[in-house]
Design a binder for this molecule. Sequence first.
Ligand SMILES: O=C(O)CCC(=O)C(=O)O
Length: 281
Amino acid sequence: MSVRPVSAALGAELHGVDLTALDDELFARIHELLLEHLVLFIPGQSGLTPEAHVELGRRFGEVEVHPFLPKLESHPEVTLIESDKGGKADEWHIDVTFSANPPVASILHLVTCPEAGGDTMWSNQYLAYETLSRPFQEMLDGLTAVHVLQAPEVGTLSAEHPVVRVHPETGRRSLYVTRMWTSHIPQLSRNESDAVLQYLFEHSEAPRFHCRYRWEPGAVAIWDNRATQHLAINDYQEYRRGQRVTVLGDNPTGDAPRWEPYERRGDERYYPRRVNARSGY
Ligand SMILES: O=C(O)CCC(=O)C(=O)O
């Protein structure tokens, strides 16, 4: 197997790998590389059947059946991301943070993609945290954030997680707020929360933390959902189809909140939630 970094921030492309011939040794190497590079790209996997895709997911942990996104009829663990059915995740996000136990990892198999365009970008959230000043890090270490999905299929789903989480396998801290789902920081006033989150969204999405992948049909991406965000670029018209297997089992942990929830004063307006009805990624 050869390993070629995709950017200085994160991402590596693997060559000489056949995911249909997965054994314990190959899986252990992929797992180790994932912790190091945060997102792995494995081109040339057109032979990856839905069974083998789900099997790869099961190596990492329990596999999700998404509550409402379209799925393969024969394999409900395989979520379909089709451009002609609204499957364009073109806002930065960490997958499913509105759940109490968001995914550990996602495995996306690009079956059909445009000749040019439809690239996907990832951002390294260890670096996003590590490049903040020490006083700002210390403040964020003691805060939580609420993540909300509002969708007709399920109503409102929400969860509260640390703003800074500690990775259960590497022990490193990463920023854990995301433009698509994070609504507010309950220990701050509404104006403070809006301002801090706006800053964190922009900071965490900065190009110096990125890699960008140009897909070919049959390529697979595996990302660590605990320390990255991603965005699919919506710059194409053609049909694009991805099949995603998502691995559950995460329980984001960080420092305990150091402050009580903010108490509203007088007639101060408080947290109208952002409406997130676009998808369920
Ligand atoms: O379509 C893509 O490239 C990424 C899809 C996505 O954002 C997701 O599966 O969470």
